[in-house]
Design a protein around this ligand. Structure first.
Ligand SMILES: [Zn+2]
Length: 284
C-alpha cells in the first residue's frame, strides 16, 4: 500500500487494501477472549489471556488458501508507530525478529528500516470490499480489492517495509513510496541478504509471479519463525508455495516443476488496472 495514489485513497477511506491469502495452518488453540492491553512507550501490546495459543508460523495464506479458522483469536500482536506517524500492528514474535533485523542493518549497513504496514484484519478488508461494491460495483471491487480472508497480511506475519536514508547532516529522509523504493535495488539486496538469519523470507520474489500470484515486491517480508527453513528457502531460490509443495498445476513450465499456482493468462488478469489505478495498488 505504498503507492501515492493508492495511499491518498487509503487515507481518504482510513483503510487500506489488502491482498492475497491462502493457508494450511493448524491452530493449536483458539482462546475466545483477548485480554489486557499494556502500553510501553509507543508500543501497545494485546495478548490473549492465559492459555495461549499457537499459530502455525508455516501456514500458507495466498489467493487460494484463506486465513485458517481461529487465527485472529489466537494472534498476539503489538502496535507500533512508524516514522510517518502511522500505527502498524504486527505479530509479537515477528516484531521481535524485525527489531533484530533492523538493528543489524543499521549497524552493519547503515540502512534504517521502517514498517509501512503489517496486519490488516479480515473485518477491515471486508469493510473496504463493501465500500467498493457500493461505490463502484461488484465487478470492479472484485478486481481491485483483495478478497477478505485471502491476504497474507491478515496473519500479522507479513511486513511491508520502507526505509530511511541518513544524510551527511544526520537528517533522515523517508523512502516510502513504491516508485521511490524501487530506485534502490542495492539497498534491497542488502536487506534481503539478512532476512533469513532472523526467520524472514522475501515472499514475492522476482520471476515467480506465476506461482505466488503477485508481482515482485522487494518490501514484503514473511516471518516464518525458523531461520533454518528461511535459509533453505532463500538459498534454493524457492517460493514459499514451492517449499510447502502447495503449487497447483495450471500450465506446465518445467523451470518451476510440475505444478504452478497460476497460469500466465490468469496472472495477467490479477493486477487489474481500471480508472488509472497504478499496478501496485492491489499488490499484496
Ligand atoms: Zn505486503
Amino acid at each position: 500500500m505504498k503507492n501515492l495514489i493508492y495511499l491518498l485513497l487509503a487515507v481518504c477511506m482510513l483503510f487500506s487494501l489488502a491482498a492475497c491469502g491462502g493457508s494450511k495452518a493448524v491452530i493449536e488453540t483458539a482462546p475466545a477472549d483477548s485480554g489486557a492491553e499494556s502500553t510501553i512507550g509507543n508500543v501497545v501490546s494485546s495478548e490473549p489471556d492465559a492459555a495461549a495459543v499457537g499459530i502455525d508460523y508455516l501456514a500458507l495464506v495466498n489467493k487460494l488458501h484463506p486465513l485458517p479458522d481461529g487465527w485472529e483469536d489466537a494472534l498476539q500482536t503489538v502496535t507500533v508507530t512508524n516514522s510517518v506517524g502511522d500505527e502498524v500492528e504486527v505479530e509479537k514474535k515477528a516484531y521481535d525478529a524485525y527489531l533484530l533485523l533492523k538493528a543489524d542493518l543499521e549497524e552493519q549497513d547503515g540502512i534504517y528500516l521502517e514498517l509501512d504496514s503489517a496486519r490488516r484484519s479480515v473485518a477491515a478488508q471486508q469493510d473496504i470490499m463493501d465500500r467498493f461494491i457500493e461505490k463502484y460495483g461488484a465487478d470492479y471491487a472484485a478486481k481491485t480489492v483483495a478478497t477478505p480472508g485471502y491476504s497474507e497480511h491478515h496473519m500479522g506475519l507479513a511486513l511491508d517495509l520502507y526505509f530511511r536514508l541518513k544524510g551527511e547532516d544526520g537528517a533522515f529522509t523517508d523512502v516510502y513510496y513504491n516508485e521511490d523504493m524501487v530506485q534502490y535495488p542495492e539497498i534491497w539486496e542488502k536487506i534481503h541478504a539478512r532476512l533469513a538469519d532472523y526467520g524472514f523470507i522475501l515472499r514475492y520474489p522476482e520471476g515467480k509471479e506465476h506461482i505466488t500470484g503477485y508481482g515482485y515486491e522487494p518490501w514484503h517480508l514473511r516471518y516464518i519463525d525458523d531461520a533454518d527453513i528461511a535459509k533453505e528457502i532463500t538459498s534454493k531460490g524457492l517460493t514459499f508455495e514451492e517449499y510447502l509443495g502447495a503449487v497447483r498445476t495450471t500450465d506446465v513450465n518445467i523451470d518451476y516443476g510440475a505444478f504452478e499456482l497460476y497460469s500466465r493468462e490468469e496472472l495477467e488478469d490479477i493486477p487489474i488496472i481500471n480508472g488509472g489505478w497504478p499496478e501496485r495498488k492491489t499488490a499484496d
